[in-house]
Design a protein around this ligand. Structure first.
Ligand code: AP5
Ligand code: MG
Length: 216
């Protein structure tokens, strides 16, 4: 089974992907996380995209599409993908379609998490992630477990694009690009809308029900 998860910044794509990966043994392909690793490791690509990422701009399709092929072509992940943050525009969706055909795979489900800008602002302002294991937390909604040696406060980091004005810009970019994408997957009868404004566990329960119904 291959899934896509859509949603604006702070919708909970990473949080719900983490849940889906653990429950259904899938592989989370987060383009944002891969690109942030490149920046952190100061690779040639990382140096090139650092300021674009921090300013909340999208990275060139050519670069992201190339990254994706490296994973889609890997037999280890075949039919185990949850695409988080990709595709982000219609050109990327067409590229994904062609790649999946090339490697004899297909998308089985597209989850669309909807969340308003007001909620996004609060979630983004409270977000941090553990620099050791990558788990995502929130100062208001989802604090790390006490006495955890891994996710201690000294290891928690904020993202450089998680300021309020950049979050608003990312939200607007998302809104601008998504209509044709939503139509693309709706026409293929793959799209399921999920209200992303409830608690993390309520949303996970709904997602489980949807996945079980298509797997069953
Ligand atoms: P990316 O990393 O994909 O960021 P994003 O799409 O802006 O989404 P976020 O990661 O901010 O939010 P999320 O939905 O994962 O929410 P999370 O689960 O963390 O992309 C970053 C950048 O990379 C882009 O701007 C671009 O530069 C580049 N890029 C990436 N992909 C690209 C592509 N395909 N093409 C071109 N460029 C690309 O949750 C947020 C917070 O809320 C957390 O603190 C969490 O604990 C909390 N939370 C989650 N769910 C709930 C809930 N239900 N209730 C309360 N709190 C919650
Ligand atoms: Mg994310």
């Amino acid at each position: 089974m291959n899934l896509i998860i859509f949603g604006p910044p702070g919708a909970g794509k990473g949080t719900q992907s983490n849940f889906i990966v653990n429950k259904y043994d899938l592989f989370q392909l987060s383009t944002g996380r891969i690109l942030r690793e490149e920046v952190k490791n100061k690779t040639e690509l990382g140096i090139k995209i650092d300021s674009l990422m921090s300013s909340g701009s999208l990275i060139e399709n050519k670069i992201v599409n190339k990254l994706i092929e490296g994973f889609v072509s890997n037999i280890k992940y075949k039919n185990r993908f949850i695409f988080d943050g990709y595709p982000r525009n219609i050109e990327q969706a067409n590229n994904l379609d062609a790649l999946l055909q090339k490697y004899e795979q297909k998308i089985d489900l597209v989850l669309d998490l909807s969340v308003s800008l007001d909620i996004v602002k609060k979630r983004i302002s409270g977000r941090s992630a553990c620099s050791i294991c990558g788990k995502i937390y929130n100062d208001f909604f989802n604090t790390p477990p006490k006495n955890s040696s891994c996710c201690d406060s000294k290891f928690l980091q904020k993202r450089s694009d998680d300021t309020l004005d950049i979050a608003v810009k990312r939200f607007q970019t998302y809104e601008k690009n998504m209509d044709p994408l939503i139509k693309f997957y709706k026409d293929l009868n793959l799209l399921k809308s999920v209200n992303g404004e409830r608690t993390i566990s309520q949303i996970s329960a709904e997602i489980s029900g949807i996945i079980d119904s298509i797997e069953g």
